[in-house]
Design a protein around this ligand. Sequence first.
Ligand code: MLT
Length: 312
Amino acid sequence: AVVPFAGARAQDYPNRPITMVVPFAAGGPTDTVARLVAESMSRTLGQQVIVENVGGAGGTRGAGQVAKATPDGYTVLLHHIGQATSATLYRKLPYNVLTDFETVGLVTDVPMTMIGKSTLEPKTAAELIAYVKDKKDAVIYGNAGVGSASHLCGMLFMSALGTQVTTVPYQGTGPAMNDLVGGQIDLMCDQTTNTTGQIKAGKVKAFAVTTKDRVKSLPDLPTFQEVGLPGFEVAVWHGMYAPKGTPKAEIDKLNAALKAALQDPKVIARFADLGTEPVSQERATPQVHKEFLAAEVAKWKPVIEQAGVFAD
Ligand code: MLT
């Protein structure tokens, strides 16, 4: 067969739909970010970018699927801070976070909110802290598995309080939110992309945000720093990846479409409603993403080791 030379292949790339793997269930915050970006990239690339939800093991099942996919530019991964934390949390990962992927670019930073079922007794963050210290493992905390952002936030919260609660893992915080609204679980720390609507609709109680500064779309929520938990800071960053070996020409085309999506007025407006904004064009390059990922792996390694929380 005549193998087209790299230039020819890249010129007509993409000539069929691209799969964007989201390593959590549909309806969650990662899925929300992915679908907004995928829809915009489909227009730029002239081919469908189809989101495929592959949940499980705190996002590592979906990431592992992409690490092993053909490096032809037709499979990408949209993942978040969990790509960095899972490098330490999972001591037997079937892939290497830093060497089995090409970075395509950073996407957005999303604040997290600590929220409770509407019937939970405490009303303020200070009351919640006292309540959790008193009730301990009678408190049921929902997350998306070890390696998820909701897991990381819960781990930091428990370390800050010196208290262990009972954790229920879901395939994503979309399904977990259903149980929180239904009152089956008590507490969850999740991204504003998933919680803003429920908070504003009064379906859940909101206690605090995990960012250094207050969140513009939730101005009444104090930061955890304000309520006396210094250093408890988690902003969930999202990035796009391709399997190692995906040619530079394809990576550059994907990156150009990603950067266009981050300047798409529809994406910007929707992100703003959800308490977030796209990263700057300067931050949305493969190289900046590669360096940032390595720095995040190094940043979270001692924190996780100190908390002594591992998945395997
Ligand atoms: C997480 O907790 O990592 C995410 O919120 C999971 C999800 O996007 O469903």
